[in-house]
Design a protein. Structure first.
Lengths: 281, 355
């Protein structure tokens, strides 16, 4: 049997699983989005009413906040993860495993539990942050909980590992001699970062950014637990359509729009990188 | 007075009688490991200086300190009289060709060559033009300009690396065994070209290698390193003809080393009057052979163990009272393995070393 044929054969189980567990539901949702609002039939005439409503009936702000939040979180995570990844790479062995573990372990704890923990930290008055600041420095701050800042901090906290670990692989793709050569040829630290380190670590950076961005667009626990009424995100709107409002076609249309936005970001970015480079190294 | 004034300037122009690079007691230790111990040396303006040593002798450590990629734990480094010991590599007028070449694989040949100029903020049109000139200079040709580095062969990558360091117009170029990964013929070609380029540009080249043969072809002077120390510095002829230790002598290739005690060679039971205790080095070509074991002529008896025909000459492995010895004779010599011979040498061909 030719190697190409064997490859397809090996891919068959996962292909079947994706077809049944991923493609089919998306197909059903896509079809639902074309049905009349507040109906549950799948056999009626198709209509674009739901999509028209999505652009005219106040779903703009949730979309805006979801995407803005995702972009801001991705940027903040990248800025934080770059020096962390470089430090962990340089430590290699000495303590790096412990540090990596400390960053990874919280992933095993339920996200809601972590976010409730964070809400204790951010609570006004007797919260850990506000209380400590008042007791130690006699500084009074207002509340961070139930604000956009609170949501942003929660988003960065939850998604940081998803940026960090791919970036660690990316940073490992930069050979030390390339840095030395650039420095020897007159590059400053900043020029080395821009001309050598970033381009060479780009596969890791892109994967990390995609993971973070996609997860952030789909996140709603941060806004629900830390944001109070400060912010409404699109996932919350979708959830409400499906459950409380019992308007499945509208929820389906919003879902399809989120999928479209995500696809518009993911596919061009994936086309730019060679995944093999990241894995074979 | 004028000379004193000149040496006080910070200007990095050549000054008559002043070393291009002066190494003053450079030491480097990594924890308890002493990689370099007090290396002192003056490298002259426009000189091709090669540092030769086996792996682990500290030559790469030394070169990294010269380039500024590492700092000595003790000692000073002067560039034309100016202390640059702690100066960052990007502030030094020197450039290095790395053993791995360290080309930027995510860039084209032209972008690699123009890198140093880009770092200085020189406009694209100007640095592209310069990169094309340099590609011609290293015999690659301007048509390589847009080629991705990853599509270049080993020899082409060498030339790209060379053009890339030349673009920064360095006062001194460092080479960290850049030719070691190439096949023999290409290496020979590039050695000759590198030497020609050095003459043409008049720049100071500092080259490190573990191959003395490579050093002999290219260098004005050679420094031999061992265990972090510079054990002998001299012209290729001096190093070859007058090695000052057994280490340097054996590093140069196959030589015979015999012990001297009380004016004799005890291993061969031969007199060597007037020679102090120590060792003598005998080059293979200094040995003369006469087939048969007739006594009479001064010398010693040996049996021919192996015969290797090396084209221009014949190399013999001899079983002698001193153990294995190596002789080299003209190619037309007819001698077979198993033959016995009387071996002799002119006393003046024996080069004495203390240790």
């Amino acid at each position: 049997m030719s190697p190409g044929r064997t490859g397809y054969l090996f891919a068959l189980p996962v292909a079947l699983f994706l077809l049944a567990g991923f493609a089919t539901p998306i197909g059903i949702v896509a079809w639902y989005s074309l049905m009349e609002p507040r109906t549950f039939a799948l056999t009626a005439e198709t209509t674009l009413t739901n999509y028209r409503a999505a652009f005219t009936e106040g779903y703009g702000p949730p979309f805006f906040w979801s995407i803005t939040g995702a972009v801001a979180t991705t940027l903040a995570c990248a800025l934080l993860a770059w020096p962390t990844a470089k430090m962990l790479h340089q430590l290699a062995g000495r303590g790096a495993a412990v540090l990596t573990g400390l960053i990874a372990v919280p992933i095993f704890v339920s996200e809601s539990v972590r976010l409730f923990g964070m809400s204790l930290f951010l609570m006004p008055g007797g919260g850990i942050l506000a209380g400590s600041l008042r007791a130690l420095f006699d500084v009074n701050i207002g509340t961070v909980l139930n604000t956009k800042l609170g949501v942003f901090l929660g988003m960065v906290y939850v998604h940081f590992p998803f940026m960090l670990f791919p970036l660690l692989l990316g940073v490992a793709l930069i050979p030390q001699d390339r840095r030395d050569a650039a420095r020897d040829l007159g590059a400053s630290r900043w020029q080395i970062l821009r001309e050598v380190e970033l381009p060479l670590a780009m596969p890791g950076l892109i994967i990390g950014a995609l993971l973070t961005f996609v997860l952030c667009v789909g996140a709603n626990a941060e806004a629900a637990i830390l944001g109070g009424q400060a912010i409404s995100v699109v996932t919350r709107a979708i959830e409400q359509r499906f459950s409380y409002a019992q308007d499945w076609p509208m929820g389906a249309a919003l879902t399809m729009l989120v999928v479209a936005v995500t696809a518009l970001v993911v596919f061009p970015a994936l086309a730019r990188i060679d995944l093999n480079k990241l894995i074979r190294r | 007075m004028i000379a004193a004034d000149l040496s006080m300037t910070q200007d990095s122009r050549p000054v008559l009688g002043q070393a291009a690079l002066s190494l003053q007691g450079l030491s480097r230790s990594f924890g308890s490991l002493q990689a370099l111990s007090s290396v002192s040396l003056d490298i002259e303006e426009g000189e091709f200086f090669t540092i030769v040593g086996p792996s682990g002798s500290g030559k790469t450590t030394l070169l990294r300190i010269l380039a500024g990629l590492d700092q000595p734990t003790e000692g000073q480094l002067l560039l034309r009289g100016r202390d640059i010991t702690r100066l960052a590599p990007n502030k030094r007028p020197t450039a290095m060709v790395f053993q791995s070449l360290a080309l930027f694989d995510h860039r084209t040949v032209g972008e690699n060559v123009g890198f140093a100029l880009k770092m200085r903020g020189i406009a694209k049109a100007k640095r592209d033009a310069r990169a094309r000139e340099l590609l011609e200079l290293v015999r690659l040709g301007a048509e390589y300009f847009d080629k991705p580095v990853t599509q270049c062969s080993g020899g082409e990558r060498q030339r790209v690396a060379l053009a890339r360091v030349l673009a920064s117009e360095p006062e001194i170029l460092f080479f960290d065994e850049p030719l070691s990964a190439l096949d023999y013929r290409l290496r020979k070609t590039l050695e000759v070209e590198l030497r020609a380029l050095q003459k043409r540009t008049g720049r100071t080249f500092v080259y490190i290698t573990h191959s003395l043969e490579e050093a002999m072809v290219m260098s004005d002077r050679i420094g031999i390193m061992r265990d972090g120390q510079l054990v002998q510095v001299g012209s290729p002829a001096e190093i070859y003809g007058r090695p000052d230790s057994r280490f340097v002598a054996s590093f140069m290739g196959e030589v015979n080393i015999l012990k001297v005690a009380e004016g004799r060679l005890p291993e061969l039971d031969l007199p060597l009057p007037g020679t102090p205790d120590g060792y003598v080095v005998l080059r293979p070509e200094a040995l003369r052979l006469e087939e048969g074991t007739e006594t009479g002529a001064p010398g010693f008896a040996a049996r021919v163990a192996e015969v290797f025909r090396l084209g221009s000459r014949v190399q013999l492995h001899l079983e002698s009272p001193a153990g294995l010895m190596i002789a080299e004779l003209p190619a037309e010599t007819q001698i077979r393995p198993g033959a016995t011979a009387r071996v002799s040498f002119a006393p003046e061909a024996a080069h004495w070393v203390a240790e």
